[in-house]
Ligand binder design. Structure first.
Ligand SMILES: [Zn+2]
Length: 86
């Protein structure tokens, strides 16, 4: 019973590992780096040095999740403005 409960909660929760957050950052935008540091200028999180993918660390995942939430809000506001403007 407890095990099932845990599984259901796990499904409903936001991304629980850094790789999942990195994928969401990738979906939001392509990493922009200055070529010297593996850090995205747009969101401020780490990227992989050898590929154009985000690589948020475990310590960053909560912060990255909040960043993605704020971006989602920005997008919703932008869409609302589009609707009002048309
Ligand atoms: Zn980024």
């Amino acid at each position: 019973m407890l095990e099932v409960d845990h599984l259901i909660k796990g499904d409903l929760m936001a991304p629980t590992d850094a790789s999942q957050v990195s994928i969401q950052l990738d979906e939001d935008h392509a990493p922009e780096t200055n070529g010297r540091m593996p850090v995205c200028r747009r969101c401020g999180f780490r990227t992989e040095e050898t590929s154009s993918r985000h690589a948020a660390t475990d310590g960053h995942q909560a912060k990255a999740g909040r960043w993605l939430d704020s971006q989602a809000l920005v997008n919703r506001v932008a869409k609302a403005r589009d609707v009002l403007g048309s």
